[in-house]
Write a protein that binds this ligand. Sequence first.
Ligand code: SAH
Length: 221
Amino acid sequence: MLVSHPVQEDVYKKQRETMVREQIAGRGVSDKAVLNAMRTVKRHMFVPPDLAAEAYNDSPLPIGHGQTISQPYIVAYMTQVIHPKPQMKVLEIGTGSGYQAAVLAEIVKEVYTIEIVPEHGKAAAERLKNLGYANVQVRIGDGYQGWEEHAPYDAIVVTAGAEAVPPPLVEQLKDGGKMVIPVGPQFAMQTLKLIEKKNGKVTTRNLMPVLFVPFTRSEKK
Ligand code: SAH
């Protein structure tokens, strides 16, 4: 168990405040619940210990197995885009470190998150449990199929770059729900898209260019 010195915790708290002010609110994220969550979640606990001092920098960081924890601004932006509310049930694809799941869990009632790399899934589940996020459930598997058992979802947040929008995810979105997903070729710029379902009709809006690690598929047998 990582024990952090109280003085060090104060340093991180100040860094979080600066991060929110300069990188997040400073770039136009204004949802109070999102800003609060970003101020609360201890990002330094979600990065490898030797990178803790860089946890509040304006950049993504490597978390092992070729994966990354997204830049804080992108996490805040994607969270704001789904209009998170306390009663909501949200599905995330690509647990990674568990950071995005924790930010969501600060705001919404239930978070379901799926990770394809077992080591990441296990580590994230353990970390979220230790940090007291009892409203997050982690599953190891291919997120392409979503998580049928708990569907439909008020919102879906995909944090890996998909070549196309997986139809099962659109299926599992509630009417009136929103999905945010990076779509594009692997290892090239993708477009962050907002997909909305209203009266059974699905609309798509392009938000901004992004670069996420690839959305992989489990091997077909
Ligand atoms: N949200 C994470 C960062 C995600 S990086 C965080 O806050 O730290 C993208 C993650 O998506 C990686 O961990 C990768 O292994 C995972 N991933 C890629 N394809 C996937 C799939 N088909 N299903 C579930 N997870 C997937």
